[in-house]
Design a protein around this ligand. Structure first.
Ligand code: MLT
Length: 323
């Protein structure tokens, strides 16, 4: 009885497993990543997590929890103790689109999480294996219109960034390809390089290193203008197929995490994004870095809500759902 009363009487900080901002962080922090190691979300998590660890003086433990395009990971993140020792990274797919696509989620993306910080965003590239007999977007569209139902393409599951990119590609070009789900676009990229799959609309951060190494080919960037990181890649609009989609990432904590702990995590994320090495690495991968003002929890929460409404309209109009 005492324990229940004590817990009920304590301020949220102590009731949440004894976390208090003064002693925080008193142990390693788990960062849940909803996709397999080696993909763009995992890369972002490791880069930023390592720098946040330095800032906070505590280790970050990366927990790649994969499956169902991130919905398993987010369910785990929502149920974690709100004590600042479990945070999660996600993006417009896992923390926005999935809220509309998956009809039976056991969590609410807008009310069950505390936004910590908005993270960089990057456009997507329309990429093919180097063996595909096409040399530009126009030829790819023609090839897929003739053979698309026999051409395997990669995603990280329904609702993943690579799936949203595929939907945008289908809508812009009228061409389609087979959607093969992977546990992340890290493993999907391995199969694209090996010509096991032939096409993907993939985050620039994931594809650019392989394009530069000559292992895959990029035919378009899904932005209004060419990326400063890859000015040689034309926009999809230049080939007559205007399509704009970019994948932004963010950090969240479970609902009820004390605001002073969210503030500590936010400050560490901002410090990471101000780090010149990390900025250089991100910009080289086509990432646009948000300002500290855009990264603030309240600003990020407003952005998250706005994106949720925007994608809800797009996905309902396209009737994309899983019952
Ligand atoms: C996606 O949504 O396509 C993911 O970001 C893939 C990944 O990070 O592995």
């Amino acid at each position: 009885m005492l324990r229940r009363t004590l817990l009920a009487g304590l301020p949220a900080t102590l009731a949440a497993g004894g976390a208090s901002a003064d002693s925080y962080p008193g142990k390693p922090i788990t960062l849940i990543v909803p996709f397999a190691a080696g993909g763009p979300t995992d890369l972002m998590a490791r880069l930023i997590g390592e720098r946040m660890a330095k800032e906070l003086g505590q280790q970050f433990i990366i927990d790649n929890t994969t499956g169902a395009a991130g919905t398993i990971a987010v369910g785990k993140a929502v149920r974690a103790a709100p004590d600042g020792y479990t945070v999660s990274i996600g993006h417009v797919g896992t923390h926005v689109a999935n809220g509309t696509i998956y009809k039976n989620l056991n969590y609410n993306l807008l009310t069950d999480l505390e936004p910590i910080a908005r993270l960089p965003q990057n456009p997507m590239l329309v990429v093919t294996s180097s063996q595909m007999p096409v040399k530009d977007l126009g030829e790819l569209v023609a090839y897929l219109k003739a053979n698309g139902d026999r051409v395997p393409g990669g995603t990280a599951g329904i609702g993943s960034g690579a799936h949203l990119g595929a939907l945008a590609f289908f809508a812009a070009t009228g061409a389609r390809y087979q959607l093969i789900p992977y546990r992340g676009t890290g493993p999907a990229m391995q199969d694209l390089v090996a010509n096991q799959i032939q096409v993907m609309v993939d985050q620039a951060a994931n594809s650019l290193p392989q394009v530069r190494a000559g292992k895959i080919r990029a035919h378009a960037v899904t932005a209004g203008k060419r990326s400063p990181a890859a000015p040689e890649i034309p926009t999809a609009a230049e080939a007559g197929y205007p399509m704009e989609i970019s994948i932004w990432h963010g950090l969240w904590a479970p609902k009820g995490t004390p605001p002073e702990i969210v503030a500590r995590l936010n400050a560490a994320a901002i410090a990471a994004m101000q780090d010149s090495d990390i900025r250089h690495r991100m910009e080289d991968l086509g990432q646009d870095i948000p300002t500290p003002e855009e990264m603030a929890p309240a600003a990020f929460a407003a952005f998250h809500k706005q994106e949720y409404a925007r994608w809800q309209k797009i996905l309902e109009a396209a009737n994309v759902k899983i019952e």
